[in-house]
Design a protein around this ligand. Sequence first.
Ligand SMILES: O=C(CO)[C@H](O)[C@H](O)COP(=O)(O)O
Length: 221
Amino acid sequence: MTDFKIAPSILSADFARLGEEVDAVLEAGADWVHFDVMDNHYVPNLTIGPMVCQALRKHGVEAPIDVHLMVEPVDDMIRMFADAGATYITFHPEASRHVDRSLQLIQSLGCKAGLVLNPATGLDSVRYVVDKLDMLLLMSVNPGFGGQKFIPATLCKLREARKLIDDSGLDIRLEIDGGVTRDNIAEIAAAGADTFVAGSAIFNADDYAEAITAMRSALKN
Ligand SMILES: O=C(CO)[C@H](O)[C@H](O)COP(=O)(O)O
C-alpha cells in the first residue's frame, strides 16, 4: 500500500499565528509542513526565510519540514535552510547553474533533496540526476500564489514521472503542489503522486481535521 503523505502549505496559514497554525494542522493529522520560500525574483511574490523555519523548530515542531525554494540562485538558501532545520529542500532546475552540484550540496548537509518542475517544464532535466533525488515535485499551478486551479495536463506528466521513478528502482517521493482538493486528490494519486501539498483546501477550511480526513478517505477509495 502506498505511504501517502499530506503536507499543508503554510502559504495559506494565518502568518500572525504561524506556530499555532502549524500545531493545529499537525494535530489535525497532517504528515509534513510544506514551507514555500519566494524571493520576488524567481517568482513575483515574497514570503518567508530560514529564520521562520528555525522559529518553527524552536516552537517545537518535530514533523518533517518540506522547504520549496522558489528563489534564484539557490545554494546560499540551501545552506541556510539546512542550518534552520529543513528536512526536504527542493528547488527549480532553472534556478541553479549547477543542478547536480546543488542536489549534492543538499544531501551533504544531511537533508533530503528534490527538484521542482513548473507546469510547462518537461522531465528531461530530471533524467540524469535521478540517482540524486529523494523527491520530485511537480507544480500543478504556476508558482507564486496559493488558491489557483489545478492544471489538468499535470496528470499526464505525473504518469510519466511515476514511470521514470519506478523504472529507476529508487526510493523517490512524487509530490504534487497546486490546486489539490478533496475532489481531485484521488485522480492525482491514481496518476502516480504519493505526496500532496494543499494550502487553501486545508487552511481555508473551518475544520482542519475534517479537511485532512476527507482527503485521506478519498485516497482510500
Ligand atoms: O507553491 C505554491 C505556490 O507557488 C503553493 O504551495 C501551492 O499553490 C499550494 O496552494 P494551494 O493548495 O492553495 O494551490
